[in-house]
Design a protein around this ligand. Structure first.
Ligand SMILES: [Zn+2]
Length: 215
C-alpha cells in the first residue's frame, strides 16, 4: 500500500524526461531533448497533385520515440509536445490563412479501443488551442479496418486504402488542414484528398509531424 502511494506521489509531483530520464526540469520532455529535434526547411516536403504536404521533421531519433510513445504506449502527456512542435514549425511558414478547419486523419474504432484515447484527435485539439483553428473530428471517418501500411508495397497500400474514408458532413468550411502524425509515401493523405475532392472540397493543405524516409 505504501509502495502504491509512493508511486502515486512520484507520478504527481516528480517527472522524469521520457527520453533521457533526467528529472532536473521536472518535465516529461526536457528542453535538451525537445531542442534536439531538427526542423525540416519551411516548405512542402512533397505535393500530391497541387496539394502541399508539410512535415516538421524526419521520423527518427527523439521524434520516432515521441510518436511511438503517443501512438502505442498511451503517453497522453506527450501529445501536447507533439502539437507544440507542429505549432512552432507552422508559425515559421508565413501562411496568412487564419481560419483552417483541422481534420485529423481518422483511426478505425477497434484500433482506438486498444489505444484508450484518440491520439490524433488530442494532438489536433492542442494544435487548435495554440493556433485558434477549428477542430473537426466527426466529419471524416475511416469506414473499415485497413492493414498497417508499413508491411505493404506502394500499389498494395493504395489498394488497401481505396474507399476506406467516408465524408459524413459535406458542408465543411474550407480551407482544410489535414493532419497526421507520420507519412511515408503519402498514400493515406492521397486517399483522403481524393474523398474530399469527390465532395467538391479542393482547398486542402496537409501537415504531418514526421516524414519517414523510404530509402
Ligand atoms: Zn530529456
Amino acid at each position: 500500500m505504501i509502495n502504491i502511494l509512493k508511486k502515486l506521489l512520484d507520478f504527481i509531483y516528480y517527472k522524469n524526461c521520457y527520453f533521457c530520464h533526467k528529472s532536473d526540469e521536472n518535465s516529461v520532455f526536457c528542453s535538451d531533448c525537445y531542442n534536439s529535434i531538427k526542423f525540416l526547411p519551411y516548405k512542402p516536403i512533397f505535393t500530391i497533385g497541387h496539394i502541399k504536404v508539410f512535415s516538421v521533421t524526419y521520423y527518427k531519433n527523439i521524434t520516432q520515440k515521441l510518436i511511438r510513445a503517443v501512438k502505442f504506449h498511451n503517453k497522453k502527456q506527450l501529445t501536447f509536445f507533439q502539437a507544440k512542435l507542429m505549432y512552432e514549425y507552422w508559425q515559421k511558414l508565413n501562411i496568412n490563412e487564419k481560419n483552417y478547419t483541422v481534420i485529423p486523419v481518422p483511426t478505425y474504432s477497434i484500433k482506438l479501443r486498444k489505444r484508450k484515447f484518440n491520439h490524433m484527435n488530442l494532438i489536433c485539439k492542442h494544435f487548435c488551442d495554440l493556433t485558434n483553428f477549428s477542430l473537426d473530428t466527426t466529419s471524416l471517418i475511416r469506414n473499415r479496418y485497413t492493414k498497417p501500411l508499413y508491411s505493404l508495397s506502394k500499389s498494395e497500400r493504395e489498394k488497401n486504402l481505396k474507399g476506406a474514408f467516408t465524408l459524413l458532413n459535406k458542408n465543411l468550411n474550407s480551407p482544410i488542414l489535414l493532419i497526421d502524425d507520420i507519412s511515408t509515401t503519402g498514400t493515406t493523405l492521397k486517399e483522403i484528398i481524393s474523398t474530399l475532392k469527390q465532395n467538391g472540397i479542393n482547398n486542402i493543405t496537409c501537415f504531418v509531424t514526421a516524414i519517414a524516409k523510404t530509402n
